[in-house]
Write a new protein. Structure first.
Length: 241
């Protein structure tokens, strides 16, 4: 497998082509942004931790029958993934209230929700990723009805797995963001894509409530790199520097 040209550079990742048109390399940067790119910085070795953690969680999801884009780790900040056309909808799952749920709807932070809440945001930096409904998604053709149905069902199954995985390492999975894509090699079959990491999840220590995720950077709490390392340590991941 040969690494070829850069296909796309986002805020936290870069995608490179390979000699196989259906496989791409996903490179994780140490760069961090918040508030739609207004706040910028870096978190030391974040790319390594996020890559390792995403590899581990995607593998685990595959093992329990939840298909995703992951193919294999390539070491350091890189992993090989199947090429997808990303559905332009971010799926946010909330188990406890935090972040924009607190800000927008005034819910008390940390309140356990009676059931997982699934929200959709239209992926558009220009518009600041606005909250949308199922009707917007179907009306504007961002996903077909059957695709969306599959995305929601899969999301609930992913949530059950992730809640357990994090609970085992004394971490409360507060909320997180998922992205799905259509496999270019497989007639547009929908799979989980992107990443699952402390950039895209809120992870709180079960005992102390300490935030072990990107909120440390967003809210200037300090110790972001150490928090990411702590999650990696609890997951038994060896972070090479
Ligand atoms: P929110 O509370 O700011 O709406 O975020 C919900 C979850 O989604 C939280 O775990 C962080 C994650 N998230 C992203 O991964 N990317 C984003 O651009 C935003 C706004 C949130």
């Amino acid at each position: 497998m040969e690494k070829r040209e850069k296909l796309y550079e986002g805020k936290a990742k870069v995608l490179f082509a390979t000699d196989d048109p259906d496989l791409v390399i996903q490179y994780f940067k140490d760069d961090a942004t918040a508030f739609n790119g207004e706040k910028k910085g870096t978190i030391a070795d974040k790319g390594v931790v996020n890559n390792l953690m995403s590899c581990r969680l995607m593998q685990l999801l595959q093992r329990v029958g939840l298909p995703n884009h992951f193919v294999k780790p390539l070491g350091g900040r890189e992993q090989l993934v199947r090429r997808v056309e990303i559905v332009p909808v971010e799926v946010v799952v909330r188990n406890y209230s935090a972040g924009s749920l607190v800000r927008r709807l005034g819910r008390p932070e940390g309140e356990q929700l009676a059931r997982p809440l699934v929200e959709f945001y239209y992926k558009s930096d220009a518009l600041g990723d606005p909250l949308v409904t199922v009707d917007h998604i179907e009306l504007f053709g961002w996903a077909e009805d059957d695709e969306l149905e599959q995305i929601v069902e899969t999301t609930h199954r992913i949530n059950d797995v992730l809640l357990t995985v994090f609970a085992q390492i004394d971490i409360q999975l507060v909320d997180y963001k998922l992205e799905f894509g259509r496999l270019t090699a497989d007639r547009g079959v929908i799979v989980l894509a992107d990443e699952i990491s402390p950039d895209t999840c809120r992870l709180w220590d079960i005992h102390t409530g300490q935030k072990l995720d990107k909120d440390r950077f967003r809210l200037d709490l300090g110790g972001a790199a150490e928090a990411y390392q702590e999650v990696a340590r609890r997951m038994g991941l060896a972070v090479e520097r």
